[in-house]
Design a protein around this ligand. Structure first.
Ligand SMILES: Cc1cc2nc3c(=O)[nH]c(=O)nc-3n(C[C@H](O)[C@H](O)[C@H](O)COP(=O)(O)O)c2cc1C
Length: 213
């Protein structure tokens, strides 16, 4: 059975705007594709191992050609755990990431998770092409991103503030080779309850469109 892997990165459970919209998207996605199933992982309820010096060395040893200054890979329990998390992510047939904006970018648990799953030989090819470019191994798999923000960030052209939420995640997903990448924006969420309801309704419509594609 093909799996849509939903990675939830808000700690807010049922109150989370990003997760609420993502659950709606997932529900619609499987309605259109009855053979599919949804697996949800909330990053605040799972253990994420530290990417310590031994893990970083083991990662370096997977690059081709191997960096000779990096000692041969020593496997450790933490690295085995990292490989398991990356392999689980790589196995998904489609990925949905729901993400609140925290200080203009990613909540740290999501940054941590992405640093664990972007691994040479598993989710991207550790051997660069003749131009030195790396290629993702998630090609042909769709990815969905649901971004929630307290403020209004979409029409900010010409303003000094930059946001690093959507551009960062989009770049990671592109690097890994996902296509197509569909995005849903849930903003603003921090105004009145009435405004929040309006924001959610608009985001549900975006989610339905994304799920139908
Ligand atoms: C630690 C923290 C940092 C935040 N930083 C921003 C920010 O930089 N810009 C913004 O518009 N909203 C910011 N917010 C508000 C959240 O993005 C907003 O409440 C969002 O709806 C949370 O999504 P969730 O309900 O899925 O957790 C922040 C919230 C928290 C808890």
């Amino acid at each position: 059975m093909p799996v849509l892997l939903h990675i939830e990165s808000s700690p807010n459970g049922a109150e989370s705007a990003s997760a609420t919209v993502a659950h709606h998207l997932a529900k619609k996605y499987v309605e259109h594709r009855p053979k599919w199933t949804v697996e949800t992982v909330n990053l605040w309820t799972v253990r994420l191992p530290d990417l310590d010096a031994l893990c970083v060395a083991a990662r370096g040893a997977l690059m081709v050609p191997r960096n000779e200054s990096v000692p041969a890979a020593t496997t450790t329990p933490a690295w085995e755990e990292v490989l398991g998390i990356a392999a689980h992510f790589a196995k998904a047939d489609a990925v949905l990431i729901s993400m609140p904006m925290w200080n203009f970018g990613a909540p740290y648990r999501l940054k941590h998770y992405i640093d664990l799953v972007v691994q040479p030989g598993i989710t991207f090819d550790g051997k660069p092409d003749s131009k030195g470019h790396f290629h993702g191994k998630m090609t042909g798999k769709p990815a969905f991103a649901v971004y929630s923000r307290g403020g209004t960030w979409l029409p900010r052209i010409g303003e000094a503030l930059e946001e690093h939420q959507a551009p960062w995640l989009r770049q990671c997903l592109r690097f890994l080779g996902f296509t197509p990448i569909r995005e849903v924006f849930v903003e603003p969420t921090s105004l009145s309850p009435k405004m929040r309801a309006h924001t959610l309704a608009a985001a549900f419509r975006q989610a339905e469109e994304a799920a139908a594609l």
